[in-house]
Unconditional design. Sequence first.
Lengths: 518, 184
Amino acid sequence: MTRTLHTFHGGLHLPEHKTESNARPIAVAPVPRVLVIPVQQHIGQPAKPLVQVGERVLKGQMIAQAEGYVSVPVHASSSGTVLAIEERPVPHPSGLSALCVIIETDGEDEAVNFVPMPDWLKEDPSHLRNRVREAGIVGLGGAGFPAYVKLNPGPRTVVDTLVINGAECEPYITADDRLMRERADEVIGGVRIMIHALQARSCVIAVEDNKPEAFVALEEALKRSGRSDIELVQVPTRYPTGGEKQLIKVVTGKEVPSAGLPIAIGVVVQNVATAAAVYRAIEKGEPLISRIVTVTGGAVATPHNLEVRIGTPVADLIEFAGGLKSEPERLVLGGPMMGITLQSRDVPITKTSGCVLAPVARELGERGATRACIRCGACAEACPVSLLPQQLYWHARAKDFDKAQDYKLFDCIECGCCAYVCPSNLPLVQFFRFAKTSVWAQEREKKKADRARERHEFRQARIEAEKAEREARLKKKAAPESGSAASPDDAKKAAIQAALERAKAKKAAAAAGGDSEQ
Amino acid sequence: MLTAIVVFTLLAAAFGLLLGFAAVRFRVESDPIVEKIDAMLPQTQCGQCGFAGCRPYAEAIAAGEADINKCPPGGEAVVMALADLLGRDPQPLDGEAKPKMVAVIDENTCIGCTLCLQACPVDAILGAAKQMHTVIESECTGCELCVSPCPVDCIRMEPVREDIATWKWPYPVIKVAPAKVPEA
């Protein structure tokens, strides 16, 4: 049976730049001297540190525990001593700092005892989910959503199709490509575990057709596993096929509703690297403490992929990869379309960093001067979500966020296709990101204002109640000895007078004492 | 003729009863416009508008007794929203829009006098007589009402720190290059 593939609206054929880094095998990066491990490397609540400064930690030891439902723990990626638990710059477009556990490694790389779960096929899906959570696994495709949450479809929800995302559509990045080529068995193993965890009816692994070697490797691994129910398809290379909703459209022909999740149409998407991490967590008991990162770009001496410990500073990683041969135009974490420009090389590699890109000026292309929008509509043609970026741009620019939301601002996946094709070189995605974060800020302020109002009203009510109570008490006291209603006040006045006189006498005495001493 | 009169009388009576019932059953407690205005105000309860809190200001606006530009914490956004709601002309803000602040008590200097507790409109200061006080940061509205009552000047206002969760992408500053004019 061959699956009928579909297409999504828009998208682009970009210069791939994959051959620079995909010919060399994955190298294992050494343990850096210092690991900087952020407690939040996922979408959701940050994890809470469990270790103390000065404590010795082992590889694979949990150093921060999950807080809340959408959260996962963080583990030490090598053995060593906790140097500090403090704010350090983390990979984020703001360049701001966040809480990190800093570990000085001892080079011994001593690990905790990993407990595998070999009989996973007999385990209840909830046990598998818990194990995936305990292993700190997040979506390794880039967004970093806790994987176990996606493995929990909820009661009475049938997962029709599990889609395994091996598209890796962004230029330059080849981490998944190399992983599929070299560790296809791990990927297939993880896929089998996830099928069981989700009780999925069917499963499709989708690989873009610019990665034939990876496709063959997976095909062979599938044959070895003897699982004929897992389908493997080649999808046409087009950016952003690797977007969750775009891949679902290509593979199933179904569209995820606006503001909805794939599970609404019975689909769950997981990345191939996530599958490999799940395999390691279940079959070997290893938590997520390393990932494959592509180090590439015109300024890199030997572009290739490395298996890197989470928490390795970018500067160390570049050195491990063989260094730079020229000064890059800038340093990008992620791909050229969706990556973020790093403001510091001290930031660590996190669970979601798939690529370090060090391009030289000519690679970035000549980006001409920004001109006014000419309403050509090229952006709308390129948009893979069928939005109208031009309309969104006008409203975001005018800070009319309600209107922008009417045009489905929050369905924008920030893929950058619109800005790429814009003949006026408008930074469209920046406007949309500005609008999105502004809306979130407004919502936070509204929430805060509502709580302040509630507290203020409660306070007013309390003060009123206290006043009424006091009056009632006074009345009650005054009632039996009618005629001397002023007596409580008089008594109080007398007491104050007495206290004042006492104080005066004391002062006078002190003054007299002071005088006599002189 | 008679039937028509009877029918219309009955109809009138029926609708009258219905309206009367509705007026009692679905009575609106307060002016809904006040609620709407109040919902737009930032609820700092700071009194910079000259009223004793956000709700009194909302009531004054609704009654037409106050201008819509008296809320510095709300800034221009609130002026615009109010102008939009009430159909009035937007006015320049009366006062200066300041960055969001939070009160911080210097706990070494605090003498535990409870004066700031009484001043705080949202019960965001924790403490008791002769016990050290502290500000519950998440509940502080930055109204500054606690600063002046403090007899030992141990309360200062600090700008709210930006972190990754609250960070906003800056408004893109673009220089639009003028189109080239063909030489004549």
